[in-house]
Ligand binder design. Structure first.
Ligand SMILES: Cc1cc2nc3c(=O)[nH]c(=O)nc-3n(C[C@H](O)[C@H](O)[C@H](O)COP(=O)(O)OP(=O)(O)OC[C@H]3O[C@@H](n4cnc5c(N)ncnc54)[C@H](O)[C@@H]3O)c2cc1C
Length: 536
């Protein structure tokens, strides 16, 4: 069999995003997944706007979010049912989606899976990665049909790279001998997931449309939460000692009993479809790469779910590494570009893991005296919850000058119209590098060589202004004008993971910035640029 470009071990959200994005970029991708079908049930309930934009690149986002809504707020109650903190989420993220989206995970998985297959990815479900070896040319992977001990049920596959997206217990990570760091924090929830059968009585301060989450931060292991999963479903979470299996609390009858006792809900109100114990911990792999083998998603970092960032982090890994692998596989960049994956993503994820754990420990405080002190301080306004982590990239493929706040931050996605098409920017143009300037046709300022380079890296080059004209799209919702005003800039280059590479204070800065991008992506891309120039 002809070698693949990339083999992905594991087909959870992270593996699906890799399969879809890399095959969309034209690479030969092979997925090996232990289970014969997609998981089909939700673990995650909420994604952020940045992740929604990644899903937009990796699948049909309208299908993916067809049962979703903007989560309005999270309420924190003390054990006397008094509201001690209200966190509003009613804002749009810069990525063109709400900042907190309640959704149904299987829809997102179906959308990315469909796109991966449409782009030609080879997907083996019901197969398990058993072992792998690597040399300077590539990786050889041995896979076996799940559960079989018959040597005939094995296959050997080859690829240039192997991605371990095989979850928290990653066999790829283990066999690479990569160690993880972590803390002593342990926690667990029993999750009772149910479909709403009718409008529920107003309880715990939740509105009838249930577009908010509530956490009862009771001490001594009595904490619980109610979280929407899209429009029709709810998750009821109950703190559980992570050291026990809680057999007596599992099962649907036990689920109905606790829903009636704690929430006053009956079988007429909800239908339980799953009851499960989820233990969680924080773990960070010390490195995410060993030669041609890379780790991503929960294989690289597991975290507590208190910030709803586990799967979002895996999606960020996928979009970050996919564009780098694309350039390396096409010979446009030196393989050392892949080092930047860890340089960029590790500090981002470390902060998310740390803050998520702090919030969990803070909200799930077991000690009643400390919990009362926390509640009083919150009510007095004397203390705030740990602040959310900053999403910025501080180091990596960036052109950062002192006092340039926009660089390393997320770039906007607004609604635009151009050439008879109207919609979100990435749909009207394309997912990839984006050189966007204010109200001008920037192409005239670039040399043939610059243009050939931008074409080779599949960069959209466009102006965005009040009115559509040659080389300028109409900024329908004013997102770009607002962004340029806020940062006092006239343009920027955004990377395919939507982070800003560099900014322009004048239109004439464009050529310099393109040169800087070329220098940083460097390596053998010069060859392809010359080929592109000769071909045109
Ligand atoms: C209760 C709970 C709530 C959560 N809520 C949120 C939330 O609201 N938002 C959010 O962003 N995140 C949330 N998360 C985290 C999120 O579920 C995970 O971070 C996410 O599922 C990780 O995706 P992954 O693809 O990296 O790994 P996984 O989903 O674990 O997928 C790994 C895949 O690899 C396969 N595999 C394993 N070994 C092999 C092998 N040897 N060969 C082949 N295949 C293999 C597995 O079968 C599996 O399908 C939550 C988690 C929990 C437990």
């Amino acid at each position: 069999m002809e070698p693949f470009d990339v083999i992905v071990s594991g087909y959870g959200p992270t593996g699906q995003a890799f399969a879809s994005l890399l095959s969309r970029l034209g690479h030969r991708v092979c997925v090996i997944e232990r289970w014969p079908s997609l998981y089909g049930l939700p673990r995650l309930c909420t994604i952020d706007g940045e992740s929604a934009r990644i899903v937009q690149a990796a699948g049909n986002v309208d299908e993916a979010l067809r049962d979703s809504h903007q989560l309005k707020r999270t309420l924190l109650l003390n054990e006397d049912e008094q509201l001690i903190l209200k966190m509003d989420h009613d804002r749009m993220a810069i990525s063109g989606y709400p900042s907190h989206i309640s959704m149904y995970q299987p829809h997102i998985e179906d959308a990315m899976d469909a796109a991966a297959r449409q782009h030609g990815a080879t997907i083996y479900q019901g197969w398990e990665v058993q072992s792998w070896t690597q040399d300077e040319n590539g990786v050889t992977v041995e896979a076996r049909q799940t559960g079989s001990i018959d040597p005939a049920d094995t296959m050997t596959l080859q690829a240039k790279y192997l991605i371990g997206a095989d979850g928290a217990r990653s066999a790829v990570r283990e066999s690479a001998g990569i160690m993880r760091d972590g803390s002593d924090f342990r926690s667990a929830w029993i999750c009772v997931d149910a479909v709403r059968k009718r409008t529920l009585p107003k309880f715990w301060g939740l509105s009838e449309d249930m577009r908010e989450s509530v956490i009862m931060a009771a001490p001594e292991g009595r904490a619980f939460a109610v979280i929407p999963i899209g429009d029709r479903r709810l998750r009821f979470e109950f703190y559980a000692d992570p050291a026990s299996t809680h057999d007596e609390r599992m099962g649907f009858d036990a689920g109905y009993e606790v829903l009636e006792r704690v929430h006053g809900l009956t079988r007429d109100d909800v239908e339980i479809y799953r009851s499960v114990l989820f233990p969680f911990e924080s773990r960070l792999a010390r490195t995410w790469q060993k030669g041609r083998v890379l780790l991503a998603g929960d294989a690289a970092h597991t975290m507590t779910p208190f910030l709803a960032q586990g799967a979002c982090s895996g999606l960020r890994d996928a979009v970050n590494l996919s564009w780098k692998l694309d350039l390396v596989l096409r010979g446009l960049s030196d393989p050392s570009l892949l080092d930047m994956y860890f340089v960029e993503r590790y500090p981002q994820v470390r902060e998310v893991v740390t803050v998520s754990e702090q919030i969990g420990a803070w909200a799930m405080e077991l000690d009643p005296v400390k919990a009362r002190t926390r509640d009083k301080q919150l009510l007095d306004g004397a203390v705030l919850p740990p602040p959310p982590p900053a999403a910025d990239i501080d180091d990596g493929v960036l052109f950062k000058q002192p006092n340039e706040s926009a660089v390393g931050q997320l770039a906007p996605q607004g609604r635009v119209s151009f050439g008879g098409r109207e919609g979100k920017f990435d749909d009207v143009f394309s997912w990839g590098f984006q050189l966007i300037v204010r109200d001008a046709d920037v192409r005239a300022t670039l040399s043939d060589e610059d243009r050939a380079f931008l074409e080779a890296i599949h960069c959209t080059v466009i102006g965005v202004g009040a009115m559509e004209s040659d080389g300028v799209a109409a900024d329908i919702d004013g997102s770009y004008a607002a962004y340029f005003d806020e940062h006092h800039i006239v343009g920027m280059i955004a990377r395919p993971d939507f982070y800003v590479f560099g900014i322009m204070h004048e239109l004439d800065d464009a050529a310099f910035l393109v040169g800087e991008l070329r220098r940083q992506l460097s390596g053998s891309h010069e060859r392809a640029v010359h080929e592109a120039a000769h071909a045109s």
